[in-house]
Write a protein that binds this ligand. Sequence first.
Ligand code: GLU
Length: 477
Amino acid sequence: MSVVTRFAPSPTGSLHIGGARTALFNFMFARHHGGRYLLRIEDTDKKRSNMKIVDDILNGLDWLGLKGDADPIFQHKQINRHVEVAHQLLQKDKAYYCYCSPNELKLMRENARAEGRQPRYDSSWRNRKLSLNAPQVGIKPVIRIKAPLSGETTIVDAVRGAVTVMNSQLDDMIILRADGTPTYMHSVVVDDHDIGVTHVIRGEDHLNNTFRQAIIYQAMGWKLPTFAHIPLIYGSDGSKLSKRHGALDISIYRKMGYLPEALNNYLLRLGWSYGNEEIISHDKAIELFNLSGIGRSPSRFDFAKLENINGHYIRKGDNNQLTDMVLANLRSDANNLDLKDSIKLRIYLGMNGLKTRARTINELSNNARFYAANLPLSFDEKARHLLDNCEADIFSRLAQKLTELSSFQESDIKDAICIFAKNNALKLNQVTQPLRAAVTGSVNSPSIFEILSILGKKESIRRIDAVFSIKRTRLPK
Ligand code: GLU
């Protein structure tokens, strides 16, 4: 049997962390078994579905590398087939027309409530033989499935194990509405059957639906797929996941500077484990993924962990690609920046130093900003304080020494600055910290020797001069 999985979002809201994780698990499971992973847009609820949201969902999946193995299936296009199956169920005597009026249904619900029972349909039309045009009723019928009347139904869920419900809890649900449109519960089963889904991996909030969907599978004589219901994701404090906890659109994670491979790694580990390993590459995940590794208890979303994993993927990232991402970011806020090709080269050359210090692409871009900054630089508070309290003369003399260097390699610069510090009875960081502040505008940066060499002699001296000659009057804000 070749494995077929699917991710089936309803386009009533954008792609969130929970949906992305469901998609990822379906993707990984299919890849692990060399099977197929499909996408289905469950848009039969036309009023609540929205094409812009469909695009956002598909873009989010693309960005995560979770595109389906075929074009997405749009559920509304399969409606004729859903209707056909509903009529087959009628013919098999597994379903029936129900002519209950809205008033009768209301009464049924009220009675049930008054008697402390679950409000459910009482199957009154189950055994009445009436033709579709029954004159005495005068209302359009719905089609209801015949649910089992007694006994119990057990689903052996790949995550939860055997789960049993009493059949008395399942009523004869509607599969085709009076206006001829199929219900969600019915469409899902027909579509999953028709595309040959072997494993339904989805959120635990759908577990109850499974028992109802099983009735349709059984009535049609179709084999049930294996179900795996994934526990929900909670906030870091154990409460329901909210925006504050990270229940954000996938596109927002992208804007915040997370890498898709990091988000995938994090989501993979959020509910699935392989020993204690936190970092699991894409290929390794495909090799290892199984349903037995999915935990039964809810996971907690933890931003700090996601940041750590993101930092790992940034450090491992390709310098060319990282440079492109940084440039794209800086371009969107190019205030007082020079972004021509020579600047791109500076950022590329500085990338090894920069990437060890950043946990998001946004942080990386901010840290790289000084390479592209035009003069006058802007200085953060600490840098300004430091520069306001150091002697300009010393740095004017140091600038002179650096100007005289015949080679401006990192090691030459380092040697010259060490000697200069020693000759002036200064500790090395009494020289390097003000220098760093003058050249980058901050007291935190990669190695100052590396930075000076990447900026080159002319630009380095320009920046040192700009600070220490102006400083005698006032430092630019
Ligand atoms: N469309 C459903 C949702 O977005 C998923 C249905 C399913 O996976 O069976 O929650």
